[in-house]
Design a protein around this ligand. Structure first.
Ligand code: AMP
Ligand code: ZN
Length: 115
């Protein structure tokens, strides 16, 4: 297996606090949470980023599971923010597609560029 930390989490080789799992996707707690709820949702299959050629069925499944994660984490009613960083300008640091699900606090206004 190539050396990808999220592939290794998906394979159970690196421990993670699992929130939700099925055959295709895995949700687990971010190691360095930015908000009270900060969960990552990944496809188990390796794709570098949202810019990859990803089967639509898998994309649909991933986004439908955002709702499931929000429900499990108890942020479905108050709301939450979903972020998918991609590439250098997007400040992606782990190059295995992942969806951040952030909640439990009111998010800052705006999503503009860094200073
Ligand atoms: P990004 O900047 O969008 O690539 O986000 C990568 C995220 O992965 C960061 O929020 C990290 O805290 C998180 N992360 C890195 N390694 C681990 C790990 N072993 N378990 C859980 N989260 C991780
Ligand atoms: Zn990977």
């Amino acid at each position: 297996m190539h050396d990808c930390i999220f592939c290794r989490i998906a394979a159970g080789e690196i421990p993670a606090k699992v929130v939700f799992e099925d055959d295709d996707v895995l949700a687990f707690e971010d190691l360095n949470p930015q908000t009270p709820v900060h969960t990552l949702l990944i496809p188990k299959q390796h794709f570098e980023s949202i810019g990859d050629d990803i089967p639509e069925a898998l994309l649909g499944k991933l986004f439908s599971k955002v709702r499931e994660v929000a429900r499990i984490k108890g942020v479905d009613e108050r709301g939450f923010r979903v972020i998918v960083n991609s590439g250098e300008d997007g400040r992606q640091t782990v190059h295995h597609l992942h969806i951040h699900i952030l909640g439990g606090a009111t998010m800052p206004i705006g999503m503009g560029p860094a200073d």
